[in-house]
Design a protein around this ligand. Structure first.
Ligand code: GLU
Length: 277
């Protein structure tokens, strides 16, 4: 089995190098300097406002940040291949080299930093609760004994177990959209994750008026761009790109375009390297 995998990978590598040559031009590499070759970037596909796959393409704040960064690395929007990286798969995707970087509501924390590195942060969000509009849950202790949904591999699920609501019945699903379905259908009583994500879901047409955000700011979630551990060159380049994005106001525009419709009140742009504990 192992041998087969190696063979398959080698075939892909060969196919890729052939494609690169076929596309013409020299000096086409994939080391972050760009120049015509494709770049694969990990995002979420199902989080409105952040990373969403639609019939017309990909939208969201993470998509805009990633597109800006890619451009600074030398890749046009057409060079980008988007790959879905659900919460539990992000470290592995980077370790395996499936993606060059990840912009997917990816909080910087110590545990993850043992396996991957982060550029940024580029957004500060906070863990919050989403409940049905007619529900009386207003604080974390109201969750005792209630069914609370979050996603495997997320900081949100870990925080529930450790501090926020250890006595809640935690249901861990693969994606937040599955949690939303559960909340809508009654299988769960509340959904917890970042307010930036929850606001996006709550504002979707099919859910308008159905849910409310508790507004609790339970944690600080510093969104970083995940990269392979040790790639300091790429990290420096991405940090420069993020700084430029804030300076030239493209960051503000991305916030307005993507969070405006959900009335999400974001925090100001973080300073690179400043992690709010
Ligand atoms: N920002 C949190 C995390 O990185 C929750 C959102 C997510 O799962 O992507 O785990």
């Amino acid at each position: 089995m192992k041998v087969r995998k190696v063979t398959a990978a080698a075939t892909v590598a060969l196919a890729l190098s052939v494609t690169a040559t076929a596309c013409g031009g020299s000096n086409k590499d994939d080391n972050g300097s760009g120049g015509g070759k494709k770049i694969t970037i990990g995002i979420k596909f199902d989080q409105p406002g952040l990373g969403l796959k639609t019939p017309d393409g990909y939208t969201g704040f993470d998509v805009d940040v990633a597109t800006y960064v890619a451009k600074e690395l030398g890749y046009s929007a057409d060079d980008i291949q988007w790959k879905e990286t659900p919460s539990a798969d992000r470290e592995t995707a980077l370790e395996r080299g499936d993606v060059k970087f990840i912009a997917a509501s990816y909080s910087i924390n110590d545990e993850r930093q043992k396996k991957v590195d982060f550029a940024g942060p580029y957004l500060l969000a906070h863990q919050d609760l989403l409940v049905r509009s007619d529900d009386k849950i207003t604080k974390a202790t109201d969750l005792n004994g209630k069914k609370l949904c979050s996603v495997t591999g997320s900081t949100s699920a870990q925080n529930v177990k450790k501090t926020i609501a250890p006595k809640a019945q935690l249901k861990e699903y693969g994606t937040y959209s599955e949690c939303i379905d559960g909340l809508s259908g009654g299988a769960v009583d509340a959904l917890t994750t970042d307010d930036s994500i929850l606001a996006g879901y709550a504002a979707q047409d099919q859910y308008k008026g159905k849910f409310k955000l508790a507004g609790l700011k339970l944690t600080n979630e510093n969104y970083g761009i995940g990269i392979k551990k040790g790639d300091t060159k790429l990290k420096d380049k991405i940090n420069k790109a993020l700084e430029k994005m804030v300076k030239d106001k493209a960051w503000d525009k991305a916030v307005k375009d993507n969070f405006g419709p959900a009335h999400y009140k974001n925090e100001p742009a973080p300073k690179i390297g400043d992690i709010v504990k």
